[in-house]
Every structure is written in C-alpha cells, then in structure tokens.
Write a protein that binds this ligand. Structure first.
Ligand SMILES: NC(=O)c1ccc[n+]([C@@H]2O[C@H](COP(=O)([O-])OP(=O)(O)OC[C@H]3O[C@@H](n4cnc5c(N)ncnc54)[C@H](O)[C@@H]3O)[C@@H](O)[C@H]2O)c1
Length: 323
C-alpha cells in the first residue's frame, strides 16, 4: 500500500511510519515540524519506500501517484503545545482534516482520523464507551484541542455520509513510549524526566485522578488494524488498566530506582478526573487488545531515555523490511 501519514514526524506518527515500512508499505510522511522533528524519522530516510515532505496540512496539498490510505495525525497534541499553538490546533483539526479527507476522496483511499479520549472531556460516565457523547467545556483553555477533534470527527462522518468516503475514527487514550519529548508536558514523560534527573515529581491535585496508559507498540498495532479495516468507528484505542497519578509516580520511582521526592501543585482548569477506555469495540471489530503492562512499558522507555541521555546510539524501534 502507499500510505500518507500526516504528522508523521511526531511521536506516534514516527512509530506508525516505521511499522508501515516494516510490513512493506510505501510511506509519505507529511509534517510541518511545529511539534514534531525530522530527527524522529531520519533513520528511515535511507529507505527508498519512505518520503519525508515538509508540508502544512492546513493549506491544500497533494501527493503524486496513487494513494491507498491516509492516516491523519497532524495536530499539536500535548497541553503545552496546544496552549502555545491554539489557532494552529483549531486549524489542524478543521482545515487540516478537510484537506486530508479531500486527498483520501480524490484517491479513493481509506482515511483514518486520529481522534482522542479528550472528545469525552471530563467524563460523567466511567469507564468511557464510544456511545458516550462527552462532557466538554467549549470555551475552556483545553477547548482548542477538544473541540477541534470533535469537529474533525463530525467532518469525517459528514464526508462518509455525504460523499461516500471510506473513513475510520479512532479515539486514542494516553499513549507513551520512546520519542516522547522530555518537556512535552505529558505526565509519563514529565515524571520520567524528573525521576531520571533526581528532581521532585510534580503531581497536579492530590494525585487521585486516574489515567490509562497505552504503550506505543500496542497503539500502533491498533492504528494499522483500523487502516486495514473498513470499520467506521469511533473505536477507542487505549489500555483499560486504570492507575491514579500517584500510583504512576510510585511506579516511575520504582522502575527508575530514583530517590526523587513527590510535590503537589494546584490542579489545572478542566483537568479530567477519571479516564479509562471501554475497548469491547476494538476487540470485536479489529481483534485488538493491548498486551504491554505499564511496568514493562516504563522499563522499555527508561532504557531508551537512558541510552539517549548518555549519547549512546538509540537503535530504531523497528527495522524496515526490504521489499
Ligand atoms: N500521544 C497520545 O497520547 C495521543 C492521545 C490522543 C490522541 N493523539 C493524537 O495523535 C496524533 C499524534 O499525536 P502525538 O502524541 O504523536 O503528538 P506530536 O505532537 O508528537 O505529533 C503531532 C505531529 O503533527 C505535526 N503537525 C501539527 N500540525 C501540523 C500541520 N498543520 N501540518 C503538518 N503537520 C502538523 C507536528 O509537527 C507533529 O510532528 C495527534 O493528532 C493527537 O491528537 C495522541
């Protein structure tokens, strides 16, 4: 298959590009590098089936030759990023999604939207099934991201219903793994950075809020399964194991062997109190379930972070196959 991955130089996108190359696909990676980096995919550049293109998907764009699938991941995704880039985030979810959908429609390609558990906002239903419509503050500081993704979902369904586009929506829950930026403001990367540098782990609130954490390899298996399927979604992709933020901090301290203290800070506005995906639909429609435990995933990420901070060669997570 020839697959276009928007946001392919980001954390998740780079892993998806790698996995697609690994199984023999040709990949066009489109990115404007506003939150990602070419460094995430430089190891893929020697592969002739890989193309990296600097491209802002909020402007019209095309790709030469046939396209069989479009995976639309381009969007600032971490809270510090979308607070810094509010209008760009809204544009990526709205215009960016529309141009990516048009590309898919022109080429009669499968379209995959990387949506988010933030579509559920601060949920009143727990755990969250796809039927739940969510509880989102449309004017709060997080709304640029949450509402952009909700609009992107609506747009995707409109292209499916009115234009016959072959679309699928996944709602991704917190995912972690190698290539997360240490300062991206997400809880796993922040705790790991703090623990590995013996600084206090900062917990917002009292640490009783819960999250579910999916290892990136599991998530990428879900993305490729959805690309290959004809399911319309939305389909939750996440690990249903639920941990309090305090439990995560303790696990990070245990896995790193760090003696960092734990400090508490005020909870940000509209911070969700509970998060856990119902993944029955992913199991039934994609045959997908995560397999990497939080402890094992943290161990892999710590090994990667240590190798990188010691300046050792960090091997690619997967090796592309030659076809
Ligand atoms: N990582 C998670 O836990 C998670 C959870 C839910 C949803 N998602 C979604 O998955 C996708 C990828 O997230 P990530 O964690 O890899 O974030 P990321 O910031 O690492 O990657 C996003 C990529 O999109 C690129 N991008 C942003 N705007 C663009 C534009 N206008 N044109 C071209 N490229 C653009 C960035 O440069 C970056 O490389 C996002 O759509 C995000 O909303 C991620």
């Amino acid at each position: 298959m020839r697959v276009v991955v928007t946001g392919g130089a980001g954390f998740l996108g780079s892993h998806l590009c790698e996995a697609l190359l690994y199984r023999g696909d040709t990949v066009w990676c489109l990115d404007d590098f506003c939150t990602g980096s070419p460094a995430n995919v430089t190891h893929l550049l020697p592969e002739p089936r890989f193309r990296l293109v600097s491209c802002d998907v909020t402007e019209p764009f095309d790709v030469p030759g046939p396209v069989h699938a479009v995976a639309h991941l381009a969007s600032p995704a971490s809270p510090p990023d979308y607070h810094r880039l509010p209008l760009e985030t809204l544009a990526a979810g709205s215009r960016g999604t529309e141009y990516a959908l048009r590309l898919a429609l022109r080429h009669d390609a499968r379209f995959l939207l990387a949506s988010t558990s933030e579509s559920y906002g601060d949920p009143e239903v727990h755990p969250q099934p796809e039927e739940y419509w969510g509880h989102v503050n449309p004017v709060g500081p997080r709304s640029v991201y949450d509402e952009a993704k909700r609009y992107a979902e609506a747009l995707t369904m409109a292209y499916r219903r009115s234009r016959g586009a072959n679309t699928g929506i996944v709602r991704i829950f917190n995912t972690y793994g190698p290539r997360m930026r240490p300062h991206d403001g997400r809880v796993v990367s922040t705790f790991l950075r703090q623990a590995l540098t013996d600084r206090p782990l900062t917990i917002f609130g009292d640490g009783s809020q819960t999250r579910s954490f999916c290892y990136v390899d599991d998530l990428v298996r879900g993305l490729t399964a959805m690309l290959d399927a004809c399911a319309e979604g939305p389909v939750n992709l996440g690990n249903p194991g639920e941990f309090t933020v305090r439990e995560l901090a303790d696990l990070v301290l245990a896995v790193t062997g760090s003696s960092s203290a734990v400090e508490f800070r005020p909870l940000p506005v509209d911070d969700p109190t509970r998060r856990r995906p119902v993944i029955d639909r992913a199991r039934a429609e994609l045959g997908w379930a995560p397999s990497v435990s939080l402890e094992e995933g943290l161990r892999r990420m710590v090994a990667w972070s240590r190798a990188r901070s010691q300046g050792r060669q960090v091997p690619p997570v997967r090796e592309p196959v030659k076809v």
